[in-house]
Design a protein around this ligand. Structure first.
Ligand code: ADP
Length: 574
């Protein structure tokens, strides 16, 4: 029988599934159809769980978030042509956020290229602008090698998206099982050999000494960390740095939780002061892009000295910091910790800089808490966010993963919701991508099965991926989706009188949706649990019940349509 098993034929779909499993992949997200339906089941049979979505865009966002959460490539499977085009959303989002993702797509038969075949597209050209590496398997024998190579490329250096194209004729070619096994073993051996080669890093010794000196001599030092530090699992080393030096810290939105938000040295509530007045800023795994105001005045002082820690040398070239340290965030911060040993920098009983930040933080927190304490009905954004924050904190550890998108919902949510554990916040990210919500939820639920997943979504953001509530029910994932329903993008009609003229003046505003939509009923349509919450008591009881149940739920929270601001907090960009 063993003999027959080895001489039995396996096709390209099976070889791809086996190679992915052999390379360590455990989950794949996607939408099946010609020519990849069999690939999904073959991969599952080999041990790669396939999560079947309703739309490739959401599956792509899932794969991207999975890459961030696990530090291993998220897999996205798409069909040819239009499926591949929809998948570009996830591929590009992953690359923009520096998260590892491998998109695997079927494509039309090689012999029919150029003749208008079913779903024909030059998929290599389509994916190239968004991928670190694009490869096509011209024959079944190439699949194992390319799977290993493309997976490795997603995590090498700055993580990002890669693309593997498998034409339908290649998916249908066959080999014997023993030939397939041999090809996979050889690809695994090659991959292991190339990853054990020592990385060619420049020596960091001099840079580390300089960094420690700069921090030591600084009068107003600041540590800033981003989602690159979270990805690098640098939480312990960064927390040690903060604790031993007493330097205040500021996380970017998805850096939140690398050091707990509740830590006394958090400068989040004194952000403008901290970045406006610091004289030396150690930036770890965060780009000096729009999110950090390009590191320029007037938000930052013109004399600030940046020490930039990034795995990507090009990033350092681009920003031209005072001091650049190329390397893994965890390793570099470990070296800095070693260099500064236990010298306290800012730990004097009274340090003017730390005192100023602490005082400003306390004042701002008190102001916000006063706002939050009020029960405003009809709901503004603050009241339900406070109730949600408290319900999430009551869960303790392991903390729920919070997914957040929307304009006002995400902006206000970022200030109110608390992250005390790393990689527990997923939001619109570097690109401000809306529509990520449900895909993120599904990825979080399968990547971190011990954690509850709570999505806090604007009604607009939710709408992009709302059909995936069916996916939540199908897989019975512990995800509670809270929709902030304020009747539209930014809320009710925001048009100025000049905009309310012309032949279509009676059309609904481009920002508006059907008022008081029954989003909770969408979940009920599939057998999940739906709640409508218009008062604090209704919201509290919906949260209590749904958090306890750990089953798919949608809570439709009715918000005053005039509570939000246009563009959230980015008015100047619209
Ligand atoms: P944020 O949006 O949180 O500010 P960014 O996505 O802008 O974060 O920046 C993350 C940075 O982290 C990227 O420049 C990326 O190259 C870098 N990075 C990714 N992985 C690592 C790592 N292991 N060590 C250090 N830096 C990393």
């Amino acid at each position: 029988a063993a003999e027959t098993a080895l001489t039995a034929k396996v096709d390209g779909s099976a070889v791809a599934g086996l190679a992915l499993a052999a390379a360590g992949s455990r989950h794949m997200f996607g939408v099946v159809g010609i020519p990849v339906t069999s690939l999904a089941s073959r991969a599952a049979a080999a041990g790669v769980r396939f999560l079947a979505f309703r739309n490739e865009q959401s599956a792509g966002y899932a794969a991207a978030a999975y890459g961030f959460l696990t530090g291993t490539p998220g897999l996205l499977l798409t069909v040819s042509g239009p499926g591949c085009v929809h998948g570009l959303a996830g591929l590009s989002h992953a690359t923009a956020n520096a998260w590892p993702l491998l998109m695997v797509s079927g494509s039309c038969a090689q012999s029919d290229v150029g003749r208008g075949d079913f779903q024909e597209l030059d998929q290599i050209a389509a994916t190239k602008p968004f991928a670190k590496l694009t490869v096509k398997a011209p024959s079944i024998v190439d699949i194992p090698r390319l799977v290993f190579q493309a997976l490795a490329a997603t995590v090498a250096g700055r993580p990002g998206g890669c693309y593997l194209d498998i034409p339908s004729d290649v998916l249908h070619q066959t080999l014997t099982q023993s030939e397939a096994d041999a090809l996979i073993a050889a690809a695994a051996a090659d991959s292991a050999a190339s990853s054990s080669a020592p990385p060619k890093h420049k020596s960091l010794d001099e840079g580390i000494v300089k960094a420690a000196e700069l921090l030591h001599r600084a009068e107003r030092p600041l540590v800033v960390f981003g989602k690159g530090a979270a990805y690098a699992r640098a939480e312990e080393t960064i927390q040690k740095l903060v604790d031993t030096t007493g330097i205040p810290f500021l996380p970017t939105p998805m850096g939140k939780g690398v050091v707990p938000d509740s830590h006394p040295l958090s400068a989040t509530a004194a952000r403008s002061l901290a970045i406006g007045q610091c004289d030396v800023a150690l930036i770890v795994g965060a780009r000096l892009n729009w999110l950090l105001h390009f590191g320029e005045p007037p938000k930052w002082s013109k004399d600030v000295k940046f020490i930039l820690v990034d795995v990507n040398e090009d990033e350092i070239e681009l920003r031209k910091p005072h001091l650049g340290l190329v390397g893994d965030a965890k390793r570099v911060v470990e070296l800095i910790n070693r260099e500064i040993k236990d010298q306290p920098f800012c730990l004097a009983r009274s340090h003017p800089w730390v005192d100023a930040i602490t005082k400003k933080s306390k004042d701002n927190v008190l102001k916000m808490e006063a706002q939050l304490a009020k029960d405003v009905v009809p709901f503004n954004f603050m009241t339900p966010l406070r109730i949600i924050r408290d319900a999430i904190l009551a869960e303790g550890s392991p903390a729920p993963i919070v997914v957040s998108e929307g304009a006002n919902t995400m902006d206000v949510g970022r200030a109110v919701l608390v992250q005390n554990e790393p990689r527990t916040r997923l939001d619109a990210g570097t690109w401000g991508t809306m529509g990520v919500g449900l895909g993120y939820c599904i990825a979080a639920a399968v990547a971190e099965p011990k954690r509850l997943v709570v999505a806090v979504e604007g009604d607009s953001g939710f709408g992009f991926s709302a059909m995936e509530v069916e996916t939540l029910v199908r897989y019975q994932l512990p995800v509670v989706v809270i929709v902030f329903n304020n009747n539209g993008v930014y809320g009710g009609d925001r048009r100025s009188p000049e905009e309310l003229t012309g032949p279509y003046k009676d059309d609904p505003a481009p920002t508006s949706f059907v008022p008081a939509a029954g989003y909770h009923k969408m979940m009920e349509a599939f057998g999940g649990k739906g709640y409508l919450a218009e008062t604090p008591d209704e919201l509290k009881s919906a949260l209590l019940e749904s958090f306890r149940a750990r089953k798919p739920a949608v809570i439709n929270v009715i918000i005053d349509p005039y509570a939000g601001a246009e563009s959230g907090r980015m008015q100047h960009k619209n």
